[in-house]
Every structure is written in C-alpha cells, then in structure tokens.
Design a protein. Sequence first.
Length: 266
Amino acid sequence: MRIVGKIPLAVALGLFTAPVAQAGEGGSWISGDWYLTLGATGLVAPNFEGGKKYMFSAQPIISLGKVGPEARFTSRNDNISLALIDDGSVRAGLTGKFLFHRTSKDELQGLDPVRFGGEVGGFFEFYPLDWLRARAELRHGIRSHNGFVADIAADAFYDITPTVRVSGGPRVSFASSNYFDAYYGVNATEAAASGLSEYHPGGGVKSTGLGGAITWKVTEPMTASVFTEYSRLMGPAADSSLVKERGDRNQWMFGVSTTYRFNFTM
C-alpha cells in the first residue's frame, strides 16, 4: 500500500443550536460560552474519487461552536453546519464543505486538475424515531465545480453503555452534470492526453451505500471512534471511462479518530 500524507482541512464550525432569535439577548451574539474541539482522523480510502488503489491519509479535525443544548446525534459525514432552526427534533440551516485540489498524477495523468474550492448550501434533519436521525444536504460548488450535490443519510444509533454508542445506516448521493463533468468527465483533449475514452456525463444518482461507527466517550471532553463506509458508484459516475478503465465502482473507507473539547467564554 502506498502511504501518502494528506492534510485536508476539516474545519467544522459546529452545531450552533441556539436559535438566531436569541442572538441579541444579553449582549452580542459572540458573547457567551463557546467550545473548540481539536482532533485527528487516520483513514484508508481510495486515492481519488472512483479510484481502485487505496492509501492512508491523516486529517485534522477542528470544530468551533457556541455551547447550547447537546445535539442528540452527530455523524462524521455531517459537513460544516450552522443551525438557524432547532427545536430539539428538527434542525435546519446552512452547511458547507471544503474541496481540495486533485492533481493529474498516476491514473489521472492527462486529465485537467480539480481546483481547490468548496460547496455551500443548506441542510435539514429530523428524528422520525427517538433512535433514528435522517439528514439531507443540498450544496452548490464554488471554484472546484459549478454543479449541485445532494446527500441523504439515515442513522440509527444505540447506546450500549453510557459511554459507548454504535450507529449506522444507508446513504445516497445525487449530483448535477457540472459536478460529474469536473470529477468524471473526459473531453476530447483529455482523452488524447490520458488514453481514456471520451466521456460527457449527465446528472443523476452518484452513489448509494452504508456507513457505521462505534464512538467511545473516553472522558467528558474526549471521544474516540472507529468507522467504516461503503459506497457503490451509480449512474454517470459508474459509467465514466475513468471508473470503467482505471477505477472501481466499489468504494471503501476505514478509519479511526479522536477529539478533545475545550470550553471557553467570550
């Protein structure tokens, strides 16, 4: 296995559970109790989206937020979230995600690189049952691509002990043609340079899959977890010449992470 160190910045601004309507009470919105969570994740995953070779990567975790009622459930798949509505059973607000540069090396030789950028949009989540959370995100690309991405997930969770929780459930992802073109498309120039067949994707289902995790609250401020995710590329992603000729529809991820939470007052 090729060991490559990647440092993609996973900056989560936390789950701001205090309603915006309360921002002006008792001073400015910045005033009050805050938390800063620092940690790291080590994982084994494909070397690019749709790839068949696996590599090890290390990712920092930085999460900043305002202290409020503790969220009933959070997942490592949740992107940066700012809740504007939160009544305990329904949460909705803004979300975002950083996307990092994809180079044109190895299997990607001859393809245009994907630039550093991100995605911004909104999220909605609710609890149909006390032990089940459903969440949806819709995001639009900035700089890396000019398309839309929608992620839908459901997670059942159960506390084996007061400090150990298991969780997992299905995932499905959709994307527009502009997204698929950036990550899976091969135009005539790229086909000539890479040797891949020319491919112009449309929009549709990106992937379906399952994910699960075991989380351990080591101490009140410290947590550790092990997780795995499986996704099968579908539609325009699966039909891409990049995947058919040099990749794999089956995408796995395995990892461990640990975080420590610091509380402070502004």
